[in-house]
Design a binder for this molecule. Structure first.
Ligand SMILES: Cc1cc2nc3c(=O)[nH]c(=O)nc-3n(C[C@H](O)[C@H](O)[C@H](O)COP(=O)(O)OP(=O)(O)OC[C@H]3O[C@@H](n4cnc5c(N)ncnc54)[C@H](O)[C@@H]3O)c2cc1C
Length: 382
């Protein structure tokens, strides 16, 4: 609906705001909170097109993870080791900021540990990783402070009812959170910090309106901002087509409650392309994007047969052998990915900043990225 703002609405809400953040996901809200710390008296608003965040932040799997051995080893093919470690460090820092800011109890943070599993088809990868564990543990020691971030736990009794598992590695320091509670707690913090939300407004374009920016939102209304921070992750190209960020849809199932469920903690499979965890006595399972990478490069919510079949097969054949009840919940979310896994945290134009491309670990990265972009802005505008 193309509704014209009333005199009152325009006078009160159209600005000029000192900071307008676009996107109310974990990165947008963390950025706004970090700006508030540095600019206590500034006017700060967040514009979000959904009634809830409509990208990934309230639709993810809630892994508080920083990289499995298989994933880091695979990353060596696309990134130098220094960059990989910088990224792991950013994820680790992000998780510390998140838990400290919101409180472990508030977001149900549970340090149940992570796991990476291998079936016989991945036998070579598993054997190779066993030889690489001490290397990765050495590299990660300065980041996690743990002597053995990764270890081999391939006794059959650790496979907790799963079938066809050849080997399993454990990831110390990994945990899980309640994603909904995290988003709610971030909202509350923003509201307590006098950060104004505009939900249900989609930014169509940003124009220079010297010395400010005019942010055009649905229809003929606009908001004026001195500084704009774009935190739209997988949707970044909708505003700036030149950015190297592709949408990547991810599909998820959650089962009915399963009495006597033994699986506890977070699990990665096939270099992180598949993942599953317990939520109480349910299983959340998702992934399989590697079955159809180009088909999942979409801004559309929804599902596809090939991925749904992949999730179903993993659940029924490996995680819960013999289970065949349809999912109790089923959804998709949109991530932002690129050839380079490092997020884009940078100035885009005069007083326009971007913090996008969180990949599959934005729960971990989001708070650290918010801090980094706020520090850059502070350094520039003082
Ligand atoms: C199914 C799934 C499972 C995942 N599991 C995990 C996990 O277990 N652990 C982990 O660390 N990460 C996980 N991720 C990734 C993580 O959720 C994301 O990296 C993170 O949420 C990104 O946060 P963000 O704030 O950058 O982006 P988003 O949460 O996508 O926020 C961007 C916001 O911008 C808004 N927006 C976009 N365009 C506009 C516009 N033009 N105008 C106004 N608003 C706009 C969108 O509505 C959206 O709310 C998962 C992602 C998915 C989809």
């Amino acid at each position: 609906m193309n509704l014209h703002w009333s005199y009152w609405e325009k006078e009160t809400f159209s600005g000029p705001w000192q900071f307008v953040v676009i996107g109310a996901g974990i990165v947008g809200m963390s950025t706004a909170l970090e700006l508030r710390t540095r600019f206590p008296n500034a006017s700060i608003a967040i514009v979000e097109r959904g009634s809830l965040p409509s990208g990934a932040s309230s639709r993810n799997a809630g892994f508080a993870c920083f990289g499995s051995p298989g994933e880091l080893e695979e990353d060596l093919q696309i990134m130098p080791i220094e960059k990989i470690l910088e990224l792991v460090s950013l994820r680790w820092q992000g998780l510390q900021i998140l838990v400290n800011r919101l409180g472990a109890d508030v977001i149900d943070f549970q340090a149940l540990g992570g796991h990476e599993i291998f079936t016989p088809v991945e036998g070579d990868v598993y054997e190779h990783l066993l030889n690489r564990l001490s290397f990765w543990n050495e590299q990660l020691l300065p980041i996690t402070g743990l002597k053995e971030t990764y270890s081999n736990v391939s006794n059959k009794d650790k496979f907790v009812g799963m079938k066809g598992i050849l080997g399993m590695l454990s990831i110390q320091g990994e945990g899980q959170i309640n994603t909904g509670k995290m988003i709610q707690a971030l909202w509350n913090h923003c509201l307590q910090n006098n950060i104004r939300f505009f939900n249900g407004l989609s930014v169509e374009r940003i124009e220079q309106d010297s010395p400010n920016h005019r942010i055009w939102i649905s229809g003929s209304n606009s908001i004026i901002a001195e500084t704009v921070i774009v935190c739209t992750n997988g949707f970044a190209r909708q505003l700036f087509p030149e950015l190297p960020v592709n949408p990547a849809r991810a599909q998820v199932w959650v089962t009915e409650e399963i009495p006597q469920l033994q699986i506890q903690g977070t699990y990665h499979y096939q270099s992180g392309y598949y993942y599953f965890r317990n939520i109480g006595n349910r299983i959340l399972v998702g992934g399989g994007r590697n079955l159809d990478l180009s088909g999942e490069e979409t801004w559309e919510e929804g599902s596809s047969e090939i991925i749904q079949n992949g999730i179903k097969a993993l659940l029924e054949n490996t995680i819960l052998p013999g289970y065949s009840t349809p999912p109790a919940y089923q959804w998709s979310g949109t991530m932002g990915v690129g050839k380079d896994k490092f997020p884009l945290i940078q100035k885009h134009a005069e007083r326009i900043w971007i913090a996008v491309r969180m990949g599959g670990m934005g729960v971990a990265l989001g708070s650290a990225v918010g801090r980094e972009i706020a520090l850059k802005i502070e350094a520039e505008i003082g």
